[in-house]
Design a protein around this ligand. Sequence first.
Ligand SMILES: [Zn+2]
Length: 198
Amino acid sequence: MGDFFERVVDLEATAEEAGPLAGRVVDWLAAEGIITRATSGDGVYSPSTDHGYVPGPDWARAVADASDPSWLPGPVAVLVGRAHHVGGQGEDEADSVTCPRCAARTVVIDYPESFEADEEVWQPFREGIEAWKATGRGEVPCPACGVPVPVTEWDFGPEFDLGALAFDFWGWPPLGVRFLTEFRARLGHRTGTQSGKF
Ligand SMILES: [Zn+2]
């Protein structure tokens, strides 16, 4: 099965909302039998926590295909606090940034020419993201149109999301569409989904 995760990031919850909202979602997941209240660190490699909730008796209801009886998923870790979340192989920079004002896309990592971020392009984003983590506010002027845009409004492409609340499903089969739709409705916010390996 390997050490891989599927992650749901709440893109809109504030740091203040994140803890209480996490509690309500955990209550719902436990009531549905998808997780239990018991926690384990077995197979959990999340960036900000080393344990998660053990799957419940009805975990299969959350996944698209539960036909493999030998596939037992791992814990579900809950990540509370402003963070940049990366999927894939876990690079610490976005591949590109797209301005929500003018729609200009700026390349950060120029695949396949380079596998490293253009530091000149990325540095203001790194600083803006650090400011947001510390204070809840961070802006970066668009390289194309010059308008300062909050970091939470930039499109960083797949596998790079900013959020104060995220859920890591460690070693689960792909989550089902119906479950993800209900999960998003419970959060009441836009979400990003990621997958990656430890
Ligand atoms: Zn722009």
